[in-house]
Design a protein around this ligand. Structure first.
Ligand code: NAD
Length: 487
């Protein structure tokens, strides 16, 4: 009988359908960022032997009965998993809240629906990988099959660990692959807890395995000669390392979902209330620890003083929402750990010397990793706070006069994940959205993702796309079959 255990009971890796001790014997210590108390010090770190064992089991699963599952049967497993999660997702996500600081208030609605919809969406795709056919106009019938890649690995960031797991697992399994999940060393508990549910849903053992550990475990998987694909979400710096390891080992396929410094562009004719709502939510969701955070806000000069005053007041008011993430009333939690907090704090302190502080700028309280919602204005052109991803509740607000000027400013970055254009003029909205250099652009919205359509970054924000039909392409490869009709 499956139950969600307490944090200290997750002491083993999940390999080939069971929890097993790690051969490395090394452990991770995890703390609750609300008060620095130890949540557990028993989470295993997978070493080389563990990684090899998981890859061997994954290969066996790929070549076993799973390979013979029809699309309908794979869909059945995904749908069953979605239904099992009805009962278990809340306690599983609550486990992760202990180490990420994500407020549990977002679990019953936003988080749960997102995960469930992701499974149901990809369940609908399992039997629609039809490939292609070309007639024998040259004596050959040509067939194109979309084949799974084999052993795939998900290397995940810390901010929304279980949602990241499913965003990768659902298309990976829908297309008949097998998956090893390597959650972040900061938030492995939910991923370890969820692992046995896959078998309960009908997936054969070894199809999904979970190896906890840090960068070394991730690197072992990235270099592994029998891993065929890494689906990575995390920082640009780590993404580059993974790309190099993949190239230097077996040229495994790599998709990279990386960081952002997303611009919100607010024109004078915009619905100001709407723009305020989206830009504030877009920088405060998960305390700014989201890749699509609306961290640069550009406001047209004619409405700047009104907008900036209201934006400042709302960010200051939001500071009152900061609180215990395990309290269902809390909507704004701490940063994920002391390292993240110190990094954000150092960037804010430097920001105070390179820009003008408008709101926040300090730790809230004197314990825990609570950072006040923080707003800067008038940054120097080379201010770190303007150029680098903060991954905290910190934004920079600037003004502009013309469309040309704001596009040049918004695009003056190596990042290209998300953008937002706020205006009531539809032609301007479409014109500007075409010129914003990002993988996703919102019109009168920002920092929002939709499962049906591709998601990913331009420029240094990533390679490849997740979500929608595009994720299926990222987990399959075409094989051409040539049939000689004259034999
Ligand atoms: P990170 O790059 O530090 O770590 C991500 C994962 O990579 C972790 O599991 C980590 O253990 C692993 N890792 C670290 N070093 C490695 C190595 N050398 N080889 C292989 N794996 C290694 O990122 P993070 O701090 O966990 O997450 C924050 C970053 O993730 C931000 O930049 C954020 O923008 C980005 N992010 C992007 C998206 C997206 O979809 N584009 C979503 C969420 C987060």
């Amino acid at each position: 009988m499956y139950t969600v255990q307490s944090a200290t009971e997750y002491t083993k890796l999940f390999i080939d359908g069971e929890y097993v001790e790690s051969r490395s014997g090394e452990k991770l210590e995890l703390r609750n960022p609300k008060d620095d108390t130890i949540v557990t010090s028993h989470v295993p770190i997978a070493g080389e032997e563990d990684v090899d064992k998981a890859v061997t089991a994954a290969e066996a699963a790929f070549n076993g009965p799973w390979g013979g599952f029809s699309g309908a049967k794979r869909a059945e497993c995904l749908v069953k998993l979605a239904s099992l999660l009805e009962d278990y997702l809340e306690p599983i996500l609550t486990l992760d809240s202990l180490t990420t600081g994500n407020p549990i208030s977002i679990i019953p609605t936003r988080e749960k629906n997102y995960i469930k919809n992701c499974l149901l969406y990809y369940a609908g795709w399992t039997d629609k990988q039809r490939g292609d056919y070309f007639p024998a106009d040259d004596g050959f019938v040509k067939l194109v099959r979309h084949e799974p890649l084999g052993v795939c690995v998900a290397i995940n960031p810390y901010n929304s660990p279980v949602a990241s797991l499913f965003v990768k697992a659902a298309p990976c399994l829908a297309t008949g692959n097998v998956l090893i999940v390597k959650p972040s060393e900061k938030s492995p508990l939910g991923s370890l807890a969820i692992a046995p549910l896959f078998e309960q849903a009908g997936f054969p053992k070894g199809v999904v395995q979970v190896l906890s550990g840090g960068g070394t475990t991730g690197a072992l998987l990235s270099k592994h000669m029998r891993v065929r694909k890494i689906s990575f979400t995390g920082s640009v710096a780590t993404g580059k390392k993974i790309q190099i390891m993949a190239a230097q080992s077996n040229l495994k396929r790599v998709t990279l979902e990386l960081g952002g410094k997303s611009p919100a562009i607010i024109f004078e004719d915009a619905n100001i209330e709407n723009a305020l709502t989206w830009t504030i939510n877009g920088i405060l969701a998960r305390s700014g620890q989201v890749c699509v955070a609306a961290s640069r806000v550009y406001v047209q000069e004619s409405i700047a003083s009104e907008f900036i005053q209201a934006y400042k007041e709302r960010m200051q008011a939001a500071a009152k929402q900061l609180g215990n993430p395990q309290d269902p009333q809390t909507t704004l939690g701490p940063l994920a750990d002391a390292a993240s907090f110190e990094r954000v704090k150092a960037m804010v302190e430097r920001g105070k010397t390179e820009a003008e502080l408008l709101a926040g700028g300090n730790q809230q309280g004197d314990s825990g990793c609570f950072m006040e919602p923080t707003v800067f204005v008038n940054p120097k052109p080379d201010a770190q706070i303007l150029l680098e991803e903060v991954f905290g509740p910190v934004s920079v607000v600037m003004t502009f006069r013309t469309e040309e000027e704001v596009l040049a400013l918004a695009n003056d970055t190596e990042f290209g994940l998300m953008g937002g254009v706020f205006t009531r003029d539809i032609t301007r909205a479409l014109r500007v959205s075409a010129k914003v250099e990002s993988g996703v652009v919102g019109i009168n919205c920002i920092s929002v993702m939709n499962l049906q359509v591709p998601f990913g970054g331009k420029k240094s924000s990533g390679i490849g796309r997740e979500f929608g039909e595009y994720a299926l392409r990222a987990f399959t490869e075409p094989k051409t079959v040539l049939i000689n009709m004259n034999a």
